[in-house]
Design a protein around this ligand. Sequence first.
Ligand code: URA
Length: 459
Amino acid sequence: MADEKQRYSMYDLIAKKRDGGQLERPELAFWLQGMLAGSVPDYQTAAMLMAIFWRGLDEAETFALTEEIVASGEQLDLQGLTGVTADKHSTGGVGDKTTLIAMPLAAACGLKIAKMSGRSLGKTGGTADKLASVPGFRLDLPEAELLRQVSEVGLAVVAQNKNLTPADKRLYALRDMTATVDSLPLIAASVMSKKIAAGAQVIVLDVKYGSGAFMPDVDSAIKLAQLMVKLGQSCGRRVTAVLSAMSAPLGAAVGNALEVAEAAEILRQAECAPVSADLRRLCLVLAGEMLYLGGLAANRAEGWRQAEAALQDGRGWAKLLQFLQAQGGDTAALEAGNLVQAAYILPIKADCAGYLAPVDAARVAEIVQFLGAGRERVEDEIDYQVGVRFHKPAGAWVEQGELLADFYASSLLRAEAAERELRSILQILPEPPQLEPLIWGLLDEHGQARPWAELINQQ
Ligand code: URA
């Protein structure tokens, strides 16, 4: 980060952005340095964030902001590892356990993965929270141990290192409190600075859109993906983005231990339940894309085939166990199928026959948070055992009395309120509903948005 002592006035920089001006790199560096050193107070950073929210940042400003955020802290040096290093990032969603499935598959096929995952402030817990539901699992490996594990096992997942991108941490906390999270350049700079600092050569993004995501529709998701792919490429990384819907929860389970259990089921069974089929397909696409971008597969179809083979022959499942155990995880309960141990497991059955309507991701997230699976403040405790598990996919025909979902609660009081809410979103229709495909397509390495049907035909 350039040293920019007192050359600028923060007041003038805020006014410049407020009036639609372009911030130069040294001005951005002055702001971020001052914010971290305490010479720029939070109220000025909050005002700057609001000015950026309304006025935006052009590409040059976004690139400079990203690089200055990277320069605000340490970077993970993966260059000593043999092989291709890869990472993935999802822009977030309800029931998103793709890391727990796609990463073991990609590592089983030869990629080297050192993944940093956040403890989420969201309603349903981040990947780090999901992994913390495995007894004994350590998220805090020191760097030398992390690198050794990646070298020996091919995969390690740790909590976000506090020394990486400290400017993002501060900015994100302030954005969260000032209604400035939903800004395209701020999201792109935040995500890509962390990915770049984490050091991987190959980065596959999963950019979500819909009611459970930041981006409301596919067009805005494509814009975000284009910016992030360009940002990564400008820092010398190979980057593409899968574009996928997040209007309904991903897969069957929402809740920390429940999601780890679903990931394990998908990896250990050649066939999966219809309710998990979309999730399984997305994980194969993400793992295959990493293999293709990493040069381990000649084309995308070959990447998907390799990932599918690792799933079918059990290498993905073996890799998940190996990586959990390497980080101190006791996998006995997971292997025995009883990781989830909630006090109350209550069924919801269909009260008439018909077609199951898609459930709304944002409302499921609220129910699961109410049950205790997410946190509102960083210091909040999470209940790993609670959540919801759906048994039927949207659009399925169900008979009266058939089991639609179970929900897992630790208190009867909460269970009763959650049950009412869940019943109100599980609707049965007389006609089959219109279903949105999970995967829209890909933003490829040339910045082209390619719908899925076109991709399949060209492979
Ligand atoms: N995830 C991030 O890491 N940053 C954002 O700004 C939004 C989602």
